[in-house]
Design a protein around this ligand. Structure first.
Ligand SMILES: [Zn+2]
Length: 289
């Protein structure tokens, strides 16, 4: 069934667990995410990043995500991830998404507030919840796009990179967002070196803002770090890269299994869906423990 982001995250906070948010830019991922959540009987968030429009457009995948969410046995939030343009946000709301992210984290603090506030007004008037981002979650040069890993010298030295608890408080008060993506050392894509997370910062932010917090770049974080992050206030974990890689590995294995060389595409896609489901189940279990 279709569910709202805020209600699902508030419940997760009470249960001391996090809800997985899977980016699903193809049908195999949509199906596997729903199957995994139903098997474990937990809520799930299906999300589409505006940056993934090059893979499939919001207009194409959005209605499919909505359809699967409505027919699911578990609560499913349908969410726009990293909304950068007003156009994408309005489109998502029109398709029926129950929440949107406005990502103005690359803008100066005051501008981020103004933009986020405006989106909150528009979204809330349609009953749609809003995630915003303060600080900056970097993108790895592997798997996440064209960016690079943050400079070691910058980590902890610059509040524009790691979320500042006091600024977070002011940001949440002024914008009225429902949940906040925070930067504490996670990276989009593949970690090129062992992540060093400032988990204490998450706790400090949570004490100031009292709304659910969101972890971006959830691939490659250790089970222990996930659990500390969750007990410190993370209620939504964005997870994509590792599932993406495991789906690709399944194709390679399917080639090896296909000794007769029949090359039926449906068999290969079934292997992909199976591998994705297994990977999602693993993540869902860790986040709900
Ligand atoms: Zn992100």
């Amino acid at each position: 069934m279709l569910a709202g982001l805020k209600e699902v995250l508030m419940q997760a906070t009470r249960d001391k667990r996090a809800i997985a948010a899977f980016n699903v830019p193809n049908l195999e991922m949509v199906k596997a995410a729903i199957q995994a959540a139903e098997e474990l009987d937990v809520p799930v968030i299906l999300q589409h990043a505006e940056g993934h429009n090059s893979l499939i457009s919001l207009e194409e995948i959005g209605p499919i995500m909505m359809d699967y969410a409505k027919r699911s046995k578990v609560p499913v939030v349908v969410h726009l991830d990293h909304g950068k343009s007003l156009k994408a946000i309005i489109t998502a709301i029109k398709i029926g998404f129950t929440s949107v992210m406005i990502d103005a984290s690359d803008k100066p603090f005051e501008e981020n507030i103004l933009l986020t506030k405006e989106i909150v007004k528009i979204a809330h008037s349609s009953g749609v919840d809003v995630e915003a981002e303060l600080g900056h979650v970097f993108t790895s040069s592997l798997g996440g796009g064209e960016g690079r890993e943050p400079d070691d010298d910058l980590i902890g030295m610059n509040d524009d990179i790691y979320t500042d608890p006091e600024l977070a408080k002011s940001f949440v008060e002024q914008t009225g967002v429902d949940c906040l993506a925070v930067a504490f050392g996670t990276v989009h894509g593949i970690y090129l070196k062992e992540p060093r997370l400032d988990l204490e910062r998450v706790r400090q932010i949570q004490q100031k803002v009292e709304i659910p917090l969101v972890m971006h770049g959830g691939s490659g974080v250790s089970k222990e770090d996930y659990h500390v992050a969750i007990s410190n206030g993370i209620a939504k974990i964005n997870y994509y890269t590792y599932a993406n890689q495991n789906g690709a590995r399944a194709i390679r294995q399917a080639f090896e299994k296909d000794t007769k060389g029949e090359y039926f595409l449906e068999n290969y896609l079934a292997e992909v869906t199976g591998a994705l489901k297994e990977d999602y189940c693993k993540a869902l279990k860790i986040f709900s423990e």
